[in-house]
Write a protein that binds this ligand. Sequence first.
Ligand SMILES: [Zn+2]
Length: 489
Amino acid sequence: MQPPGIFGRKAYTRRDTLRLSLGGALAAVGASGGRASGEPSASRPSEETVPVESPIQTRMFWTWDHSTEWKLNCPGAQTIGACNYYSRTTEWFEEDYTRLLEFCGRHHIDAVVIWGLLRDHHGGVESAKRLCEAAARNKVRLLCGVGLCVYGGVYYEGDSPYSLDLRLQKHPELKAVRASGAPLEFRSRVYGNRTYYHACPSRKENQDHVAESLEWLFKNVPLDGVQIESGDTGVCECKLCRDRRRHPVGKFSWEDMALLHPMAIEAVRSVKPDAWIVCETYSHPEPHAGPDEHPGFGGGKTAWADECLAGIPDGVFIEWVYDQLGKGVPKRVWTQAGNLDNTRHRHIMRAHLGTYWAGTRGEPALDGIAEMARESMVHGADGLSLFGEVSPFHTGAELNYLGLENLGSPANPKADLDVFLREVAAPLLGGESNARDYLRYAKLKHQPSRIPDGLKAIYSRCGSLPPQAARRWAWLGNFLASFVYRENA
Ligand SMILES: [Zn+2]
């Protein structure tokens, strides 16, 4: 079955709505223990009766291959990073993502973006094809993360003509350069000590390579789409690029996006006309008002962003950064000046909640997810994207994922956290009062002196709860205890 066009309304059936509002417990218990027999199927076409419109239309997971760990108790998963080396096996790579895709199929997560999808280390094209089959079985769309000028290109790592790294090693004359003329380098800052180079976006050879690579990708791997990025680790400052641009640049350039994305979109659609294409902006929709000439990652939209977006073909998703990552940066106010025009494009808000980029990996982040859903609906975005790297065995991640499913759905159209706690979290955590306590206790991470008393209350209630609810409370206890643990203390 072909996925509907991106402007097609997602058909939530009456049964789906009922399940979302009343049966979250059953689905989520299955989520932590593999596919549960007799569990309601999220999207069986024969069950469709009267479609119910969802305020949030599209939900996505965003992942790097190296940090995704859904098959537990196998070594090698990493906990943060971008462009890391890969340290698990092909078998575990496929198992990690198969479990993730099964969860998505059960919980209305429509698409999964994988960065590092094509690597020789974990099976290259063949394992990617098997994941496409797993995605299709679960009616989830698999999207490849593709850096157009950086981040490895189409074939992230390996012996392929579509590996951008290999190509730039063979053709150093095609590299992007700094104003000094030296090659523009990007060093992976968390794992490894590797240097990455960028391609100059103005060079015709590089533009042709972007198009050729994407056409090859869609002819050889049955993907549902791509997330494309022009690069946020510095821009080329060669004469061609400087003469082309009319506006300031930062670590990224809206004008580079406006140059490259239309070519990439055309190439993808020449092979797969109905592909889902997500265009990353590295920006928040609120107009940039800071003193800097050009904002950084997650900063406001520049004054020339709209004219750049005007050149992006109709029907793609525009992806925005919801959260700011800087420590101590005050929360942004999203005003009507930042409303999104959804007549030609649809808009996705993406956040780093529940990760080390913005806090602690796997921690509950329901307040932020609910707020993101509410603000998105008010300002014209109908898509949400969260990191999906952590197994829902970790209850914080499980609650976040179920929040992504529920908040802004037909069962909770106002993205009301109380509704989520009452109808989805309560059956998992031993009742509504316990569900409220759970989120309250989770915040003790920020008040270590109160954690010991919190642990007494948490562990004491485990004995009176059913096993799966007790397991979730035990997870919270150990999560909090890790912040105050000292040997022999
Ligand atoms: Zn250049």
